[in-house]
Design a protein around this ligand. Structure first.
Ligand SMILES: *[C@@H]1O[C@H](CO)[C@@H](O)[C@H](O)[C@H]1NC(C)=O
Ligand SMILES: *[C@@H]1O[C@H](CO)[C@@H](O)[C@H](O)[C@H]1NC(C)=O
Ligand SMILES: *[C@@H]1O[C@H](CO)[C@@H](O)[C@H](O)[C@H]1NC(C)=O
Ligand SMILES: *[C@@H]1O[C@H](CO)[C@@H](O)[C@H](O)[C@H]1NC(C)=O
Ligand SMILES: *[C@@H]1O[C@H](CO)[C@@H](O)[C@H](O)[C@H]1NC(C)=O
Ligand SMILES: *[C@@H]1O[C@H](CO)[C@@H](O)[C@H](O)[C@H]1NC(C)=O
Ligand SMILES: *[C@@H]1O[C@H](CO)[C@@H](O)[C@H](O)[C@H]1NC(C)=O
Ligand SMILES: *[C@@H]1O[C@H](CO)[C@@H](O)[C@H](O)[C@H]1NC(C)=O
Length: 814
């Protein structure tokens, strides 16, 4: 009895092991007769992709979908986008005996064919690590045969690396993306992304009309490693040697014409261990973005006026416009209602037609001169009428709708307006005189410049060679960093005149200046010993100067004079955010739209620093005075990378030198010197509160009550009155839901534990996607002035800059 029992146990075990082995080996493949149901999945060999049934939020529909294993909420491919299956009917994917790849489901529903099949052949379907789901014929000798069908030939809304966009002349097949219908319906929507092989550009169309183009694909030479890559004028971010970037390919042959991208691997760089998740998704509003990266293009901002809705994302096409609209008009999502006219409520009209998508509603409303607002539901809802007044609901309780908004006219318009009041001949004289003055001035400027330029260049060239600082030794530009002479800086800043002093930064004073070439510059001293040799200093600066992003201030050059080191930046005409935000008279100039734009731009710049630049920079001193504003009030982060100069081993995330400002530093950084992307997230949270409230974080002097803005925000949030944080000057311009969301995000960013804080990517998603449910904030950290922590820090801090602002540096340096 005993031996028999033992052997049966063994055989059971063997069977079990066998089953296990069989299951593991076939995890990525569906064989003829296998069944995939809603509780099982296929996973590619290296676990990069998963295929299974997916149910979008707020629906009961089931779709066959593929997704990055780590991103189960973001399908990159849908097999049955036009034919959803009810989740409750137990869908099953199988290759049936006739060789069809089909989804069958219970209750006698009609089955959905994915691939029509080839009967008489032994088929199998495999999910590859590229995300391609391929059906192959197994030949009689057991080897995998030709590909009969593949999901890459049937793209939905996402272009994965290696996927083609274009045409196959032999099969007549077009590869193009088409957006989802809306957020939770994968059916084909209004937008498509196509490859135009003739001009060699990408196109986004809305119902056939070209909305946006990428501009022609051009060669781009990346200096480091002699790389030749391609770029598009309107696709961001641009390639540069320090970015993990896109490698664009066009193929033109007799059979095929297509576009494809892969991720660029720069030689001589240690491979990036981080798994890169990339896929260009065309969303239902027409925007194009990549999973982990900044947005690529924003066609949703296009209204047909060829305006640059946002200077960052251009490429809008022009199309025919109704005469009643103008370039300053857009629709914005707001909560509120129209003021009753003669005591009668303004009623909306419905067009119950379920094939109309959100962008169709916008389009119809835009083309209807009486239409002032729209909303999308089961069809479209419109508000029409003349001189209607929209009353925004400040607590966000009223229904939301897209309301026609006319941006205030710029300065030029205002001058023109004030001129309309004048008599005609006065106007003409004014125009003529000012034109002549301008002309003379321009010519004089030109002559002076030309004269100075020659001399200046000579001088600089001489110095560069003297310093043994030579440019590249053959073709291609190496870097744009200039070496400025001390004399030129002296003359540019009128010998560091106090009139030219812009302020005191964490590293030393900052001056503004005008170079001999008439360029406005900002000169920043780095007077402290950095413990670095000159060569290292230069190398570091050259690296930092390669970081280029529209939301980062441009580093122009540097100057060395004895122990003094200076870095020279582009001068920003609107100074910095604090200059506006904390000035009672200037604050009003920052309406909500501008402030939100500043928040968004700052996140894009930070994302670039954290993720997208090869140097993976942690800023460590993010605050309003480091957010500079250009003439259009676009934010540009400054002082990035300076912390690197004071710290060589960047990989070590624990430092004895703390560079940062009290009030903006995360607790773990202030206390233990541990910095990470999450400590920047903390500073960003504080920044959001300051932007929303117009108050400085450390402007609280009450004996009792909150000691900091963070604490105050948290108190208000707990009392359910977060909106009280709002700067009163925002009353008319603010979009309540957006503002509330910003406060919420701010609270998440200042969580006490770094793990609870969102990354900048998360923040971008939260800012953009107004539907996502944000987690509730747990316990924010406020380092109050009275806390033990701060006292310790204060004791060891070498210098105080002002009563309110203490900059820490080199605390406890060894
Ligand atoms: C899916 O299939 C597995 C085995 O193939 C089975 O154990 C499971 O009960 C099935 N699930 C459903 C929901 O039918
Ligand atoms: C989904 O199904 C559940 C139960 O069958 C039902 O209560 C719910 O209303 C359905 N949801 C939708 C969006 O149809
Ligand atoms: C298997 O058969 C195919 C044709 O059906 C042939 O091309 C291939 O070389 C064969 N492989 C082996 C290993 O014999
Ligand atoms: C199909 O091929 C697989 C692998 O060679 C084999 O295990 C299976 O039995 C074949 N199925 C049929 C129906 O021939
Ligand atoms: C592919 O696109 C081209 C140009 O847009 C069009 O002329 C052609 O009919 C399309 N072919 C198919 C099969 O859709
Ligand atoms: C890309 O397009 C250009 C211009 O049409 C062509 O000269 C080049 O050969 C194409 N590249 C490939 C790989 O086909
Ligand atoms: C870019 O992609 C093409 C086509 O896949 C490849 O041949 C080339 O080596 C890639 N270039 C780089 C620098 O990765
Ligand atoms: C619904 O809208 C579509 C797209 O605009 C249009 O083609 C269709 O005729 C409309 N259907 C009805 C019933 O009005």
């Amino acid at each position: 009895m005993q031996p028999h029992k033992a052997s049966s146990v063994t055989s059971l075990l063997l069977i079990f092991l066998h089953c296990l082995a069989a299951q593991v080996s076939s995890l990525d493949t569906l064989k003829q007769g296998d069944q995939l149901n809603s509780s099982s999945q296929i996973v590619s060999a290296n676990r990069v992709f998963t295929l299974g049934f997916y149910t979008p939020q707020y629906t009961n529909n089931s779709y066959l979908a593929a997704w990055y294993t780590e991103r189960s909420h973001l399908p990159v491919w849908i097999g049955n986008r036009e034919k959803p299956i009810s989740q409750n009917t137990n869908p099953i994917l199988t290759i049936d005996t006739t060789g069809k790849l089909i989804i069958t489901h219970g209750r006698g529903g009609e089955s959905v064919e994915i691939y029509a099949g080839e009967s008489g052949r032994n088929l199998s379907a495999t999910l590859l690590d590229t995300g391609n789901f391929v059906v192959t014929a197994v030949s009689s000798n057991g080897s995998a045969g030709e590909i009969l069908w593949q999901s890459f030939d049937h793209p939905t809304d996402t272009l994965l690396p290696g996927m083609k966009l274009g045409v196959n002349h032999r099969t007549g097949r077009n590869w193009s993306l088409s957006s989802w219908f809306d957020e939770s319906d994968p059916a084909s929507g209004a937008f498509t992304l196509e490859w135009d092989p003739i001009v060699r550009r990408l196109l986004v169309r809305r119902r056939g009309v070209i909305y946006w183009t990428s501009g022609q694909m051009k060669d781009y030479y990346v200096d480091l490693g002699n790389l030749r890559v391609k770029e598009f004028e309107n696709i961001y971010p641009k390639p540069d040697a320090f970015n993990l970037n896109y490698n664009f390919t066009n193929v033109t042959s007799d059979d095929e014409e297509y576009f494809m991208y892969t991720l660029l691997k720069v030689p001589n760089w240690t491979p990036d261990n981080r798994k890169v998740i990339s896929g260009w998704k065309l969303d239902y509003q027409g925007d194009l973005y990549d999973n982990e990266r900044p947005m690529i293009a924003r066609p949703s901002l296009c209204y047909g006026y060829n305006t640059e809705g946002n200077a960052v994302y251009t490429g809008c096409e022009r199309w025919e416009q109704p005469t009643c609209r103008n370039a300053r008009q857009t629709f914005v999502l707001r909560s509120g209602n129209f003021r009753p006219v003669n005591g009668r409520i303004v009623n909306s009209v419905y067009d119950i037609n379920s094939s109309l998508s959100l962008s169709d509603c916008r389009n119809i409303c835009w083309n209807d001169c009486q239409c002032v607002a729209y909303m999308h539901g089961d069809g479209c809802e419109y508000w029409r009428g003349k001189n209607l007044v929209f009353e925004q609901s400040l607590d966000g309780s009223a229904n939301r709708k897209y309301v026609l908004d006319t941006a205030p006219s710029g300065k030029a318009n205002r001058i023109l307006k004030s001129m309309t009041g004048m008599k005609k001949h006065v106007k003409i004289i004014l125009v003529v005189v000012s034109t002549i003055v301008l002309l003379i001035f321009g010519v004089a400027l030109f002559i002076v410049r030309k004269l100075k330029q020659g001399k200046r260049e000579e001088e600089l060239q001489e110095l560069l060679t003297l310093e043994g600082y030579t440019d590249d030794n053959g073709g291609g530009k190496s870097h744009d960093l200039k070496l400025f002479t001390y004399a030129s800086i002296q003359s540019a800043t009128k010998n560091f005149s106090s009139d030219y002093k812009l302020g005191q930064g964490g590293f030393g004073p900052v001056y503004k200046g005008k170079t001999a070439e008439d360029q406005d510059i900002a000169v920043k001293f780095l007077s402290r010993q950095s413990g670095q040799g000159l060569l290292e200093f230069k190398t570091e600066l050259i690296l930092i100067s390669k970081l280029q992003h529209v939301n980062l201030v441009k580093l122009l050059g540097f100057c060395i004079h004895g122990d003094d080191k200076m870095v020279i930046y582009d001068y920003m005409h609107n100074k910095s955010l604090d200059f506006f935000l904390f000035s009672p008279s200037k604050r009003e100039q920052l309406d909500w739209q501008k402030r939100f734009n500043i928040i968004e731009g700052t996140t894009q710049g930070l994302l670039y620093l954290h993720r997208y630049s090869r140097l993976k920079i942690i800023h460590r001193d993010l605050k309003p005075s480091n957010i500079l504003l250009d003439e259009n009030m676009n934010p540009k982060i400054s002082d990035f990378g300076l912390a690197r100069i004071f710290k060589q081993d960047i990989s070590e995330a624990n430092t004895n030198r703390r560079v940062g400002t009290y009030g903006y530093m995360a607790p773990e950084y202030a206390m233990q010197g541990i910095f990470s992307v999450k400590s920047d997230a903390y500073s960003f949270g504080v920044l959001i509160f300051e932007i929303v409230s117009g108050r400085k974080n450390n402007s609280f002097h009450e004996i009792e009550g909150p000691l900091s803005l963070v604490e105050y925000a948290w108190e208000l949030w707990r009392k359910d009155s977060a909106l009280e944080l709002m700067d009163p000057t925002l009353r008319d311009s603010c979009i309540i839901d957006q503002l509330q969301r910003c406060i919420h995000i701010g609270l998440l960013c200042v969580e006490n534990h770094a793990v609870d804080r969102p990354t900048i990517e998360d923040v971008i998603l939260m800012l953009k996607n107004e539907m996502t449910n944000l987690p509730m904030p747990k316990s924010p950290a406020f380092i109050s002035r009275n806390s033990v922590v701060f006292k310790e820090v204060e004791k060891s801090a070498p210098e105080k800059l002002s009563a309110n602002e203490l900059t820490l540096s080199e605390i406890g340096g060894r």
